[in-house]
Design a protein around this ligand. Structure first.
Ligand code: SAH
Ligand code: SF4
Length: 362
């Protein structure tokens, strides 16, 4: 049986076993790959449609207490100049998002778990709700916290939370993190986020040292088991000031990019109604990476609103794009790119995942 005919059979039957998922993630044949992509795109049109939703990304601080081996802003990187935006600067970014009619913002930062940080995030959430009269949806992405803190922020008005599991393989997780970073704690956080009521987003990096197609297949099954609403995935890209700088054992960026696109398509086919982000890391490898992500099945883009003076401080990986373009320039560039592939922008809408709707309306 050729790769193409087996790909057809799997997708027609919707038979997403571990072995079949791993097969789809490792296709060599160009026609089989294109069949996977086109099928995922058709599933996307039938479930979430061709509207792209924006989440204006505000990277409000690069201070982080963790030391993940892959990340450029890990606490052990003494070369990074640390910054924290003022409340007013964050509100200025949020007001801009509102004026541009973006439906939502994402507040992201390194992980800090102090009472002062919890107070600050609560203040930012309340402030953004107030300045937008409740119109801006707020997603948080500020790492592992206790359930009471998650609850406080939810009650303040945040309604979505992104926390990537990074990999669902315990062994790989242990190799990518210091000994005190705990896989079970991360999964427990995902469960408490759901418990509190958030729409929950998770995801993985693709092309990590030693990561196999089977690991990624298990990641997809992990997403399904956790019943998540949103997925964010992108290629692992080495950062020169980290222990993984040489990329040993990792996929080369171009190969990781292609596998990330395949992963987006596979997730769209296996979990049809979730929101999937077309991430900046895709664009770091190829200029048109985010459009390719949309064509592979993604439906969310997170344009960077962070003040340009802080952007160089928030480099999780090398060659992050748009370091010196301000949010205004990005807006027109991005809209043109989206229209060029026949899609439209869902201005002024929260664009929640249809997967979350039955739960929310219940
Ligand atoms: N501190 C928070 C949010 C910021 S990090 C957290 O860790 O959840 C956001 C994401 O950036 C991480 O989840 C990780 O998947 C991604 N990331 C970090 N370093 C990366 C790298 N070298 N290549 C690609 N993605 C990376
Ligand atoms: Fe900190 Fe997140 Fe980077 Fe880990 S991935 S070092 S938690 S910013």
């Amino acid at each position: 049986m050729t790769e193409l005919s087996r790909t057809r059979d799997i997708l027609e039957a919707g038979d997403f076993s571990e072995a079949n998922l791993a097969f789809l993630l490792d296709l060599r044949d160009a026609e089989a790959r294109e069949h996977l992509r086109a099928t995922a795109y058709a599933v996307k049109l039938a479930t979430v449609g061709n509207k792209v939703y924006y989440r204006g990304l505000i990277e409000f601080s690069n201070v982080c207490s963790k030391n993940c081996l892959y990340c450029g802003i890990r606490s052990g990187n003494a070369e990074v100049e640390r910054y924290t935006m003022t409340d007013d600067e964050v509100f200025e970014n949020a007001r801009w998002a509102l004026e541009m009619n973006y439906g939502s913002v994402v507040l992201q930062s390194g992980e800090v778990s102090t009472p002062a940080f919890a107070d600050r995030v609560e203040r930012l959430v309340r402030g953004i709700k107030e300045l937008s009269d409740g119109r801006l949806g707020i997603t948080l992405s500020v790492g592992e916290q206790d359930e009471a803190t998650y609850r406080r922020w939810y009650e303040a008005g945040a309604h979505r939370y992104l926390l990537r599991v990074e990999t669902s393989s315990r062994e790989l997780y242990a190799r990518l993190h210091p000994a005190d970073h705990d896989f079970d704690a991360r999964v427990a956080c995902l469960r408490s986020l759901r418990q509190v009521g958030y729409q929950v987003g998770t995801g993985v990096m693709i092309g990590l040292p030693g990561q196999t197609p089977l690991d990624l297949a298990r990641d997809v099954l992990f997403f399904r088991e956790l019943d998540v609403d949103m997925i964010g995935m992108g290629p692992f890209l080495p950062h020169h000031q980290t222990p993984l700088a040489d990329g040993a054992g990792a996929l080369p960026p171009q190969t990781a990019f292609e596998r990330a696109l395949a992963m987006i398509s596979v997730v769209r086919c296996a979990l049809p109604d979730v929101n999937i982000a077309s991430t900046t890391a895709l664009q770091a490898v190829e200029h048109t990476g985010r459009e390719q992500g949309l064509l592979a099945g993604a439906n969310i883009i997170m344009p960077n609103l962070t003040h340009t003076r802080y952007r160089t401080g928030y480099q999780l990986y090398d060659n992050k794009p748009c370091m010196d373009e301000n949010a205004h320039m990005c807006r027109y560039c991005l809209e043109g790119r989206i229209q060029s592939i026949g899609e439209t922008v869902g201005y002024g809408e929260w664009g929640d995942s249809p997967h979350a709707r039955p739960r929310r309306d219940a």
